[in-house]
Design a binder for this molecule. Structure first.
Ligand SMILES: *[C@@H]1O[C@H](CO)[C@@H](O)[C@H](O)[C@H]1NC(C)=O
Ligand SMILES: *[C@@H]1O[C@H](CO)[C@@H](O)[C@H](O)[C@H]1NC(C)=O
Ligand SMILES: *[C@@H]1O[C@H](CO)[C@@H](O)[C@H](O)[C@H]1NC(C)=O
Length: 457
């Protein structure tokens, strides 16, 4: 039997291993702090991007239009292409995966639209679901968004399912398989210079990971990675590098995995209107807002709050709300939060995983001290939506997050959490603030119920 008592050399080795493990743990902890701060910086810069935009943009009023598609029977490659792309040859940019959640992915989509225009490709609008955009999602793009093609005269779009139809028609006539290339857009702190890498594509895995099985495509055996620095500098040069890298792709279909946390075209971006939410969502939120007006809209993102503060945060929120209701004669309260206030686990954010005892306590204080609406409560009250036709999937976090966001945009008074209680810089809040500003400055009378832009409790 082996003795458990260590002899001196073994002890020395054990000692070294322990020291090494501690060093690694310290490094990891440090990296988390750095990473956290970097993230906060990115959010701050995003808010700047928002603030820089001209104020006079608009919600689009039309659904994604099927611009080119005319249901005539077509039986040659040229005619099929003409039908789907408006020209005899089709070249597509298909973003099969966007890394970030809806509020930020919505901004990234505008950049991807510019990439499609600059590379002369028709943009395939990816599916959506669970606050994400990508080929594997269940719903079509217009479940979340609307695009009025008239406002984008020099852009060409088709939806993912239209793209699939194009592809199936090609298969049916035994056309030569369209060529495809996988392209990864990624960024790194570690590199000193932008670079393009070429790596062998593990095709079977790629198809499974990106739900590409139904497509009739001939893949290039090398995938391309366009890697840029994570920096706020040299934005023009970086944009040119990326566009050149994309332009040199010859394949008919460019399949893009988009992981840039920040990327922008310093000049072009300004001319772009934002991607608007689908009209049926806007309409539902407007109806709901008028059914409970006047109301205070509260945004409380508990996700990155310090758990030990939450109970105090809740107590001060309750006091704040009582004061505001009285001072401004506001009757109702609407809460948008990532905590599942109505039970279940339909958290409005799919990155929010750990609910602690403090989260529950904080939520209970709200529950017991305030009368408030949440989307779920409104939606199950028959009077709020009498006569409405279009329903949505109650379980989809993207739909709930968007309806919440719009309810905050239309609120008479808007308040969100202070540092320590909530994540202060978020693109979600920045978008609410921006929309509220726009209402106040450009719409005037019809929505001048807005009593503030944003307050912090
Ligand atoms: C997309 O790219 C990111 C970053 O390069 C990578 O981590 C991820 O696994 C890729 N996803 C798929 C489905 O290929
Ligand atoms: C909560 O508030 C009380 C009273 O104001 C204070 O004594 C306590 O330290 C606060 N707790 C935290 C975690 O901030
Ligand atoms: C809040 O109250 C509602 C009913 O009024 C209940 O369904 C829900 O589970 C409560 N939430 C919490 C966090 O206690």
């Amino acid at each position: 039997m082996k003795s458990l008592v260590l002899n001196p050399p073994e002890r020395a080795i054990r000692y070294k291993l322990v020291i090494r493990a501690i060093a690694i743990i310290v490094c990891l902890a440090f990296w988390n702090i750095v990473d956290y701060n970097i993230h906060a910086l990115e959010e701050a810069s995003l808010q700047r991007i928002y603030e820089e935009d001209p104020p006079n943009y608009y919600y689009f009023d039309e659904p994604v239009q099927e611009m080119f598609i005319d249901e005539e029977i077509t039986d040659t490659e040229e005619l099929i292409n003409l039908k789907y792309c408006g020209s005899s040859k089709c070249r597509f940019l298909f973003p099969v995966l966007l890394r970030e959640q809806e509020s930020r992915a919505r901004i990234h989509m505008i950049r991807i639209m510019l990439m499609a225009r600059k590379t002369n490709r028709v943009l395939v609008l990816p599916n959506v679901g669970g606050s994400r955009l990508g080929a594997c999602k269940l719903f079509s793009f217009d479940y979340y968004y609307s695009i009025d093609t008239k406002k984008f005269p020099d852009f060409k779009f088709i939806t993912q399912s239209q793209f699939l139809s194009w592809n199936q028609e090609m298969r049916e006539i035994n056309a030569k398989m369209p060529t495809a290339k996988a392209v990864y857009l990624d960024s790194s702190y570690k590199i000193k210079k932008e670079q393009i890498k070429s790596e062998k594509l593990n095709l079977e895995k790629y198809k499974i990971d990106n739900c590409m099985q139904p497509f009739y495509l001939d893949y290039e055996d090398k995938a391309r990675t366009i890697l840029i620095r994570k920096t706020f500098n040299d934005r023009d040069a970086i944009a040119r590098f990326v566009i050149d890298g994309l332009r040199s792709v010859q394949s008919d279909v460019l399949l893009m995995n988009y992981s840039f946390p920040r990327f922008n075209y310093p000049n072009l971006q300004r001319e772009m209107p934002p991607l608007n939410y689908a009209n049926y969502l806007i309409e539902q939120a407007k109806n709901a807002a008028s059914s409970i007006r006047p109301y205070v809209g509260i945004h409380w993102r508990m996700e990155s709050a310090k758990a030990k503060n939450l109970v105090n945060c809740s107590v001060s929120l309750v006091e704040y709300i009582k004061r505001v209701k009285q001072e401004h004669k506001i009757k109702n309260v609407y809460i948008a939060t990532d905590y599942p206030l109505d039970g279940g686990d339909n958290s409005h954010s799919d990155t929010f995983a750990t609910l602690t005892e403090n989260h529950h306590k904080a939520a209970n204080i709200l529950n017991n001290s305030l009368d408030f609406y949440t989307w779920m409560r409104l939606d199950s009250s028959p009077s709020a939506f009498a006569g409405s036709s279009k329903r949505w999937d109650h379980e989809d976090s993207g739909i709930l997050g968007t309806l919440d966001k719009l309810m905050l945009v239309y609120a008479d008074w808007f308040v969100s959490g202070p540092g320590g209680c909530a994540r202060v810089q978020s693109s979600y809040t920045a978008q609410v603030v921006k929309e509220r500003k726009r209402h106040v400055t450009t719409i005037g009378q019809s929505t001048d119920n807005l009593l503030n832009i944003k307050d912090i409790w």
